[in-house]
Design a protein around this ligand. Sequence first.
Ligand SMILES: *[C@@H]1O[C@H](CO)[C@@H](O)[C@H](O)[C@H]1NC(C)=O
Ligand SMILES: *[C@@H]1O[C@H](CO)[C@@H](O)[C@H](O)[C@H]1NC(C)=O
Ligand SMILES: *[C@@H]1O[C@H](CO)[C@@H](O)[C@H](O)[C@H]1NC(C)=O
Ligand SMILES: *[C@@H]1O[C@H](CO)[C@@H](O)[C@H](O)[C@H]1NC(C)=O
Ligand SMILES: *[C@@H]1O[C@H](CO)[C@@H](O)[C@H](O)[C@H]1NC(C)=O
Length: 507
Amino acid sequence: MRITLILAILQGCVGVDEDEAPAVLMYIYLLFQLCCCVGVDEDEAPAVLICVGVDEDEAPAVLMYICVFQLCCCVGVDEDEAPAVLMYICVFQLCCCVGVDEDEAPAVLMYICVFQLCCCVGVDEDEAPAVLMYICVFQLCCCSSCVGVDEDEAPDIDIYHCPNCEKTDGKSTMKNKKRNKQDTGQSGDIRAVQNGSQVFIKELRSRTFPSSEDVVVKLNGSQLTMDYLEEVGFNEPILVLKKDGLGMSMPAPTFYINDVENHVGPDVGVDVIDVTKQTDSKMKLKEFVDYYYSTSRKKVLNIINLEFSDKRMDSIVESPQIVRRLSWVENYWPDDALLGKPKVTKYCLIGVKDSYTDFHIECGGASVWYHVLKGEKIFFLIKPTSANLSLYERWRSSANHTEMFFADQVDKCYKCTLKQGQTLFIPSGWINAVLTPVDTLAFSGHFVHNLSVEMQMRAYEVEKRLKVNCLTPFPNFETACWYVGRHLLERFKVVYSVCPSYGLLSR
Ligand SMILES: *[C@@H]1O[C@H](CO)[C@@H](O)[C@H](O)[C@H]1NC(C)=O
Ligand SMILES: *[C@@H]1O[C@H](CO)[C@@H](O)[C@H](O)[C@H]1NC(C)=O
Ligand SMILES: *[C@@H]1O[C@H](CO)[C@@H](O)[C@H](O)[C@H]1NC(C)=O
Ligand SMILES: *[C@@H]1O[C@H](CO)[C@@H](O)[C@H](O)[C@H]1NC(C)=O
Ligand SMILES: *[C@@H]1O[C@H](CO)[C@@H](O)[C@H](O)[C@H]1NC(C)=O
């Protein structure tokens, strides 16, 4: 009986791929919130889903997804379920690798990964399905560590050669970049307003904007608590003038760029943005530091995503306590996960005077904290209303967006100056640009969390549609969502039995 039912569920498994994971999570989340907080019975759940905006005819499918998800999570399988699980493996194998579209690259990479495990790492061929299943189940779609390919690079690979094959056949070949650009109609490179020219920066400095006083909430460190956020929400930026009470550690104000070099390592590769050209390149940290201290700088270079949570500097910078309390990655990413924990928690930002980062939304709809240790940053902030988000999407997808100042297209863009020693929290989805008016050393971190699930989803959807690279990627975002889903499921199991008619939880 149970097997028949599981098979019935499997037929519903037509599309829970990694793209949909966040949506599934969203549904689980809504259902959970409603069941738990509003006190809805599980047989009322379809009606509730309809209330929260799931179409009547979608409701059964959504519940089905929840069931499938539940099955996915149950890796400890009972003996009598084994045949069904084998069936499940087959289904997933079929689902997992159908074509080699750019969109499907992560799935392909996963396949490569399994192949790699077979031929290079020494997993037997007949163990591969189990490995694949494991990967599928947790949507661990980009096992970059075992193929030696970064997630971002995967779509650019034309023919992949594994490390062993490289010895005889040479390196993997890459797709023709030019052709690729024409194909998609846009490049993934970072470009900014009006060619990022210094003429533009001068104009920007002299323009007036509505003051962020109207919108930014000022708190002292000890007021920014979980209770506060749960009551008021986290929909407006929060400015904290002094770091006391934030539970944050920062180096002394005497700490500077050469200390960063010492604590991160001179040979570490960093992404450096040439602000005037708005191009991105890699260099060694020591080369950047030499540039920084040189007497005549010929360029305006900006570092915005030097993530250092695995470097020695990690021990002297601690993110605000509220961030650690909220963060999905810090709370739900298992230590023994196959994939690396998303490295988004600690960034060091080194911007020289007149650096500029154009309007963007953080990857995965992440919220961000910034602390200026020395110098100053000016943020241009636009509220993520539906209307503003559509305008943003239209602007960002137009080929000439670099020539248009996005703030001109919305009715209000707030200017918020973050001075030395101050900390700013920008909520999920806020469209923002950043100007660095003087040489500045700042720290920041990205986090996704419970209080902004809907906005995170919307930002994620915008990002998917735009198909442009994020300034600061959120690696394995989807997997992080799955882990939260798993946590919610555990909570579900305690509070309710989901889909009791399938009997999945009745044992
Ligand atoms: C930037 O673009 C503007 C107009 O699009 C042009 O007048 C200006 O010369 C350009 N500046 C640079 C540095 O390329
Ligand atoms: C923070 O603000 C609250 C309320 O205004 C006040 O009671 C408290 O003393 C302040 N704490 C600090 C450290 O300034
Ligand atoms: C997020 O929300 C879920 C469900 O309400 C809860 O179980 C969990 O503890 C929350 N997580 C964090 C980090 O606050
Ligand atoms: C766009 O955002 C601004 C704040 O940046 C807000 O005042 C305005 O109401 C929003 N516009 C619309 C049409 O939602
Ligand atoms: C950018 O392109 C749009 C049409 O796609 C056009 O309306 C607009 O004037 C262009 N802007 C600039 C600055 O060239």
